[in-house]
Design a protein around this ligand. Structure first.
Ligand code: UDP
Ligand code: MN
Length: 277
């Protein structure tokens, strides 16, 4: 298997998998790992990472994650150029929120390395998310399942969000994906998300509660019920950043910090509803 190197052996045949290509996303991954541990899951917790500084990885090791070094995908120069930050933001600007300075669009495609891992079943979760409840049932869902990209309107149901998805790792799938991904002239405007939607046109829908996007708190408050949310996903601006929407998202950001610090987590049912905070 080329392109990845595991530090330790697998301990289970199911894994939650995330990705960190820099120290910022390693901070996110640590909070995610803490949240997953609290759900009582016995599946492996895997962090795929590139050449992240060693001291950024140490907390992940302390949390008993399985670290797997991955290379970025061996995509062509033309592909890399088309998906470089400046080009992508120019050709397909983000109008609804801001991507953090440490976000590199090209790095997203490394998620596809998940298909090379030695697990029977995997659930991918972005490093900017928290599991608020046990989601082990997702291991029984078929490949490929994902929640809709809902954070503004009903239109959002047409598209998936690749922050949470279910997969059956297989090297053959990975190879087939690479072939499809990097064809001459190909441009995936929302990177892995657009690619996965195209690769799995008959994707299975998960409930929005398995990948609740933070903007729902602002834009679709009627969808928000703390006791229903199983994965909370901080798309666009990150909770460990100083950012323009921080005041509006304060309750969610405080919750993220209590997970990140390893503090006692507040009773979720007792948290304020949107608009009440
Ligand atoms: N990611 C990464 N480095 C990057 C960009 C992305 O490690 O430079 C990983 C990380 O796991 C992150 C995921 O890919 O959570 C997707 O990016 P992000 O969550 O920032 O996108 P959003 O959810 O805002 O669309
Ligand atoms: Mn994300």
């Amino acid at each position: 298997m080329t392109g990845l190197r595991a530090e330790t052996a697998a301990r289970d045949d199911r894994a939650y998998v995330t990705l960190a290509t820099n120290a910022d996303y390693a901070i996110g991954a640590a909070a995610l790992l803490r949240s997953l541990r609290r759900t009582g899951t016995t599946a492996d917790l895997v962090v795929m990472h590139t050449d992240v500084p060693g001291d950024a990885l140490e907390p992940l090791r302390q949390l008993d994650a399985r670290l797997v070094h991955v290379d970025l995908l061996p995509t062509s120069d033309a592909f890399n150029q088309a998906h470089a930050k400046r080009e992508l933001h120019g050709a397909a600007p983000f109008t609804k929120g801001e991507k953090p300075p440490f976000h590199t669009p090209l790095d997203n495609f490394a998620k596809l390395r998940l298909w090379q891992l030695d697990y029977r079943r995997a659930v991918f979760i972005d490093a900017d998310a928290l599991a608020l409840q046990n989601i082990d049932r997702l291991f029984d869902y078929p490949e490929f399942s994902a929640a809709p990209n809902v954070y503004e309107s009903l239109n959002d149901f047409h598209r998936l969000n690749s922050g949470v998805f279910t997969a059956r790792p297989a090297e053959a799938t990975f190879k087939a994906m690479l072939d499809r991904l990097d064809q001459p002239g190909m441009f995936w405007r929302r990177t892995d998300q657009t690619f996965l939607e195209s690769y799995f046109p008959n994707w299975h829908g998960l409930p929005v509660f398995d990948n609740m996007l933070q903007y729902v708190w602002i834009n679709l408050p009627q969808l928000w019920r703390w006791q229903d949310i199983r994965v909370l996903h901080y798309q666009y601006e990150k909770p460990w950043q100083d950012h323009a929407k921080a005041d509006q998202l304060r309750v969610l950001i405080d919750l993220w910090h209590s997970y990140a610090r390893g503090d006692a987590v507040p009773d979720l049912a007792a948290l304020p509803a949107p608009g009440e905070a």
